[in-house]
Write a new protein. Sequence first.
Length: 497
Amino acid sequence: MPGEASTGIQFVEPPIFERGSPGRSGASLPHFDVPEIDPAAALGSRARKVAAALPEVSEPEVVRHFVRLSQHNFSVDTQFYPLGSCTMKHNPKVNEWAARLPGFAGLHPAAPQDLAQGALALMYGLQQSIAEICGMDGVSLQPSAGAQGEITGLMMIRAWHRAQGRSPRTVLVPDTAHGTNPASCALNGLRVQPFASSGNGVIDPARLAEAVANVGDDLAAIMITNPNTLGLFETALPEITRMVHERGALVYGDGANLNALMGRARPGDAGFDVVQLNLHKTFSTPHGGGGPGCGPVAFKRILEPFQPRPVVRKVGDRFVADDDRPQSVGRVRAFYGNFGVMVRAYAYIRELGPDGLRQATDLAVLNANYVAALLRDTFPLAQERTCMHEAVFSDKRLEAETGIKTLDVAKRLIDYGFHPPTVYFPLVVKGALMVEPTETETRQTIDAFVAALQQIVREAHDNPEQVHSAPHLARIGRLDEARAARKPQLRWRPASS
Ligand SMILES: Cc1ncc(COP(=O)(O)O)c(C=O)c1O
């Protein structure tokens, strides 16, 4: 049980710029054995006028600073992190080892293809594996995030329409789509036409037919997140994809939640034309925290000419990165993308094989339904039905009975040592709590998490202020969330400026 420590800032690590002292150093560099040059003479107007304000710190100061910061961090390696839609699962450490092998980690991205055959072979193998997992004909590994995969897939759809002398601009996006979907449309200069899903949380073909008819010839695509942000599998996919194809439009799938599908269902078989995956969610690279990502797009043959270039292909027994692609949408990333993420994904897929991937999916879905079964009497489910990899609850009953809201529950969970679930998303659910336990958590961990939530609900009835003023045990108390979002302090400035 967490104690009742006072709220507010308990200890904040100052930035490294506020440590050290002029002249202090953690490194001893050899003396120059070449003549010193005058930077102004060598660089002209590009030379610095004032020395960079770099921290001058000793090695122990640096080590302690960063080790302390790492200990302040909440991480999957220390605690349960059921952040819905983010798949904060444990990633096998052996894949980190694989990505750090000197032949992979030390390879220069501009190395001649003859010297990079192993890396190209790995990329080719990963493309083949993803194509098979998704039921698609081709894969580009270049995009470096899920959202960038969305943008790339939509660029390919636009290029496909253009190649036929058309330029429709409207994309139908259901209200259960991930938030990046409409943003990716807008960045592509496409018009987003939202439409409401049915009362049971999935796309209703009759409502879609109406929306399709209203858009008419301007329909470029539909963009479907599956499983959707309510954690539900879209049940009418064959009908939906047929309807859209009959209008001459294409079907985009947000496949970032593939840990609910792999080995069980393939987007290509359901009629999707292009789908992006988040290797940094499903395939063994940690998600969140701003690290590198990889959002490959998998596509049907009709979109093959438009994929980003270069395209990694096998020619005889050699692997080539083919840049001669006249219809390509172009590069979307420097060099080949985030190669280290590809190594982890390839190692993960090869270790698990088809049976292991299927088992991961089964466990992700089983764990989410276990959470739903244990909590449905405590928090009403957004939809009373079998979910996929995540379960979405509402605070409506708790708020009506106690005045305690989702945000209060989330903050109080921190006191119990759990990362809060995703809150207030999806927007279609009142006070949403979106829990994604992932396939890597044990029953004991999930039971402890559920017990904490049940205890918080008891506290909400018996001592609401205790919940309302949480967190009590975190390093930093409750922030002004609106100010933090609207006026974030992202830059350090010296105290004097
Ligand atoms: C369903 C879904 N789509 C798209 C994205 C965006 O991916 P990224 O954050 O890599 O851009 C996410 C992120 O978690 C997601 O969950």
